[in-house]
Ligand binder design. Structure first.
Ligand SMILES: [Mg+2]
Length: 376
């Protein structure tokens, strides 16, 4: 069987020159954003020149750079323009609407903000220099600690159930029992392989799993600002937590909701603990009865990070949402999927192996709260 770790990432993806979307269109009156143009200029400048947050502070060279950047961005949508300025891989199909969302997120500041984040291929990096990296499933399937036939038996389950999961003619209600059966059999497979909780640290250490570049920096800033981060995953919670621990990304503001396992007295997997988390219930409703939800229920502004259509509903269950920005990492089949992703996500990041764009958004929300109060 081919070792996935030896698989080269599709070269076309690395070579691909992604077309930059035309921005803007008819201008939106600045008054509709409730921010004066000078204030918006300061907000925009502060993204690129964090140490110079007023126009008076700007040197002539900074102004020159600013003019160049502004020339390539839409003056009608400066916040969207600031995202486009981070690279041609940033796609925003509806700049007018997204500009309003960004404005609300910034004006709401840290106190109203929460992040809802997928794990596999969203927090985790997909490839490095073309070499595929493990996500949480890959950590398990590529582990030398598991029997050689584990991956084949796991793949047989996928071959049976994935066609059901993606069948457009089946209702969600019809699919869910099959998905539950799939996950149950997957867990039974772990039991038959005598997977022990003590194996997880070595599995992660032996893998090549990485978090996206800049993830730790973004999480640090969110922790300092006491902004909660909910990591939602239909994967294996125990393994996710081990990855986050080893990558030093499990701070006290990070909550993981996933499929945690039960173990027998010898530490061997014996089942799934609590309600199973799968594609169709992977959202905030899963924690409605928890003390954690009580802590975040007043936070009505959301940044959602995901990489698949199933991630779009992760914020379902958040009450009285005031602003939500859905950021989608498009990792593969780019030419085929880009159009759909632009319709589904507010911001699409094409083959971006970093957390740069979400991190800049967080910077703006945390920092510009103060700037906006001064400038508006
Ligand atoms: Mg994912």
């Amino acid at each position: 069987m081919q070792n996935r770790r030896m698989t080269r990432f599709p070269r076309y993806l690395l070579r691909q020159q992604v077309r930059r979307r035309p921005q803007g269109g008819a201008g939106v009156p600045s008054t509709s954003l409730h921010i004066s143009s000078s204030a918006r200029q300061v907000l925009f400048l502060s993204l690129f020149f964090p140490n110079q947050t007023t126009q008076q502070d700007l040197s002539s060279s900074c102004l020159s750079n600013y003019k160049d950047t502004m020339a390539s961005s839409s003056s009608s949508f400066p916040l969207v323009g600031s995202l486009h300025a981070l690279g041609q891989h940033v796609h925003v199909a509806e700049p007018e609407r997204v500009e309003k969302v960004l404005t609300k997120l910034i004006s709401g500041g840290a106190d109203k903000l929460q992040l809802v984040v997928d794990f596999d291929n969203t927090l985790t990096r997909v490839h490095r220099d073309g070499q595929a990296l493990d996500n949480s499933w890959g950590v398990m399937e590529n582990s030398p600690l598991l029997p050689a036939d584990y991956t084949g038996r796991c793949q047989a389950l996928k071959n049976k159930y994935i066609p059901i999961e993606i069948d457009p003619h089946l209702s969600v209600e019809a699919k869910v029992p099959h998905i539950v059966e799939w996950y149950t059999k997957g867990n039974e497979l772990l039991q038959s392989c005598k997977v022990n909780r003590n194996m997880f640290p070595d599995m992660v250490r032996a893998s090549n799993v990485e978090l996206r570049e800049g993830t730790n920096g973004m999480l640090d800033k969110l922790q300092k600002a006491s902004v909660p981060v909910l990591v939602l995953s239909a994967g294996l919670g125990d393994l996710l937590v081990e990855v986050l621990k080893q990558k030093k990304a499990l701070s006290d503001n990070v909550k993981v909701v996933s499929n945690f396992m039960t173990f027998d007295d010898d530490g061997v997997v014996s089942g799934i603990d609590g309600e199973m988390i799968h594609t169709y219930n992977k959202n905030e409703n899963a924690i409605h009865d928890s003390p954690y939800f009580k802590k975040i229920e007043h936070r009505h502004n959301i940044i959602l990070l995901g990489d698949s259509e199933g991630d779009l509903h992760m914020a379902d269950g958040v009450e009285a949402v005031e602003a939500i920005l859905k950021v989608g990492f498009l990792n593969n089949n780019i030419e085929k999927k880009l159009g759909d992703y632009e319709k589904l996500f507010d911001v699409v990041l094409v083959d971006d192996q970093t957390m740069s764009v979400p991190s800049k958004l967080v910077d703006q929300i945390l920092r510009d709260q103060m700037v906006a109060n001064v400038a508006i």
